[in-house]
Design a protein around this ligand. Structure first.
Ligand code: ZN
Length: 272
């Protein structure tokens, strides 16, 4: 099932059409699809509705928004950084969550893209074993871990979180695809095109730490809570890795897709 949010409501997306989602009793207004994660099996499809003009972030208010750095072998290489031996986890602050197709203001000269698979935690847990980690995953989304590189790298040692938390620096969606529809999250094609030119085109099998390994690892330190989101790292092909480096400028259009999960489109605009 694919659950989208528009006009404050949850809708079922099915093959290009949208339907009412029936059987949800949680606080949809505040938590969006996050309010329905304990009721997924009882949601049923209602009437066909008009295609919304704008989709909203499916889960606008997670308690925690984690991200994993340098988790694709080719990306670590292009960033000229060693592949971490344990997952390199940082936070994007939840106030940076954006609607799937939102415009993004460019705060600096070195704003960059990172196409990423986003995990949605479905069941709260601590010290989750790798073998049962997938039971804690409700589903997946397409996300962009937009990054202002100068701010990201400005301290020694670098502190990634603020440089990755400007307004709308985590557009995601276009809907939550429930985990039962994805046979293997580490066998998906992830792509990002800039103004029609393919910049990132990789399989999620290139991840150094797989989806269950990431969930298990984070849960050894933080309690993972229902509705938490985890960005799982970017494949190679970011602007920082180009020669010469290519950062986002006014009018750039970024189209990010993952097989089976959909597409988000973001236009970047210069701040006045
Ligand atoms: Zn990232």
């Amino acid at each position: 099932m694919q659950l989208a949010r528009a006009n404050g409501k949850i809708l079922i997306h099915d093959n290009g059409s949208f339907y009412e989602a029936l059987g949800i009793t949680g606080d949809i207004e505040t938590f969006g699809v996050g309010a329905a994660l304990d009721q997924l099996s009882s949601i049923t499809k209602g009437a066909l509705v008009e295609t919304p003009t704008a989709l909203e972030a499916p889960l606008p208010r997670p308690e925690q928004l984690f991200a994993v750095g340098l988790n694709y072998r080719n990306h670590a290489h292009e960033m000229d950084l060693p592949l971490p031996t344990t997952p390199m986890v940082f936070t994007k602050f939840p106030s940076c969550i954006g609607d799937p197709n939102t415009d993004v203001s460019i705060p600096g000269d070195t704003t960059d893209w990172e196409a990423e698979l986003v995990i949605v935690v479905g069941t709260t847990g601590r010290n989750i074993p790798v073998q049962s980690a997938m039971h804690h995953v409700a589903g997946y989304m397409v996300g962009q871990d937009v990054s202002e590189r100068t701010v990201q790298m400005s301290s020694t040692p670098a502190q990634f979180s603020l440089g990755k938390s400007y307004r709308n620096f985590a557009p995601m969606g276009p809907w939550l695809t429930t985990a039962d529809e994805i046979a293997d999250p580490n066998n998906l094609q992830i792509e990002c095109a800039l103004n029609g030119q393919m910049m990132q085109d990789e399989s999620t099998s290139d991840m150094a730490f797989s989806v269950p390994e990431i969930v298990a690892y984070i849960s050894t330190i933080c309690e993972l809570r229902r509705g938490d989101l985890i960005f799982t790292g970017s494949p190679a092909g970011v602007g920082q890795g180009q020669n010469p480096k290519r950062f986002l400028v006014d009018g750039d259009v970024l189209v990010t897709s993952i097989s089976g999960l959909g597409t988000i489109t973001n236009t970047f605009v210069e701040e006045n």
